[in-house]
Ligand binder design. Sequence first.
Ligand code: SF4
Ligand code: SF4
Length: 408
Amino acid sequence: MNRRDFLKLASLGTAGLLLSGCGLQSRREAFEEQQLGSRAEHGDVQYRPIPHTGVQVSTIGIGCGSLHESSPEGIAQVFDYAADRGINLVDTVMADFSTAVPIGQALKGKRQKFITQMHIGATYPNNVYTRTRDFAKVREGFETQLRMFQTDYSDIGLIHYVDQGEDYDNMVNNGLLDYAQKLKQDGVIRHIGFSSHSVEMSHRFLDTGLIDVFMFSLNPAYDFVSSGGGMRLDESRRKLYERAQQLGAAITVMKAYGGGRLLSEASSPFGQAMTPVQCIQYCLDRPAVVSIIPGVRNLMDVKTSLLYYSASPEERQYSQILQANAKDMDGVCIYCGHCQPCVKSIDIAAVNKFYDLAQSGDALAADHYRRLSAKAGDCIQCGQCEPRCPFHVAIRERMKQTQAYFGE
Ligand code: SF4
Ligand code: SF4
């Protein structure tokens, strides 16, 4: 990247996210402080309603997943700034639960200013994030979250991370769905939802008629598939967003930057870098989406996402990604799933996605990978999937690399 490109990205907040992955923390902070100046302070924060609830959420929220990279003082700064600026949606799932105490302290006295989105089925033995379906642990984990955050309710309670049919059945059979409904009856949560990366599981949840809101991984890399040498929105994902809108189930977005991949020309499947502003605009343009929740590490990350509110229409324009042709994407997995079925029942797109996310620094990706019923280590190198990949991804080689990376 040349200096001119770097300055352009910095003006939209991308440079810091890129440099942080290079370990250039102090240079990053100094440069960003200087370049971004007060631009993040400008532009009115926008809000969208969660249908059927009367709740209005800021179209950009705060994801706590990586807040352990900040000191307690840094965490207080994040929440003070968010409260002053009018950012009100906070997703509390996190990699390291030691962050919960300073978050609880930061929320003290301003609890009413925030809409919390807490996860039912996330638990933290020894402060380390773990997903559980054991009912006793689910309840203990949720009650612990409330206690640590110094509150007796969560505005939104999400049944945490259901991506597979067997897990959905376990979740129902182990009483998690009943528990969520009881929490709502008792006023401990006010609105029910779930988090997922799966279109199919999202439909199953929506079929229950219970869902007010759900957190879904959404960005152009996950949404687009090749078509006639160009790109088009995947039909099944488009239909999910439209159905959610018809039902009045709101979507809050995770992975809006594709784990950072979309922000770099080298790793973007579209062959060109997007800015955080463009990624946010893309997500906000999808039906049913009410808020984008980037994971933040510190105040600078919050300010980076808030540049969206002062961005010009030209800076928000992302239509150039539609002009990407299949050649740009050769060898790059966009998680479209066209390579399925695998003879060993490996979800190839999911394996590739968690591998890419883990390499991008996503602290939760390794756990999510371990939960897959078939992993890269199950690959028998038959090669049957590769001719079905429109982007000529070397799937067998990727399976070897992924197995080596995760150890299974
Ligand atoms: S390997 Fe190819 S076909 Fe399979 S999910 Fe990735 S891009 Fe799609
Ligand atoms: S090469 Fe591996 S991933 Fe592809 S179909 Fe065969 S077993 Fe599945």
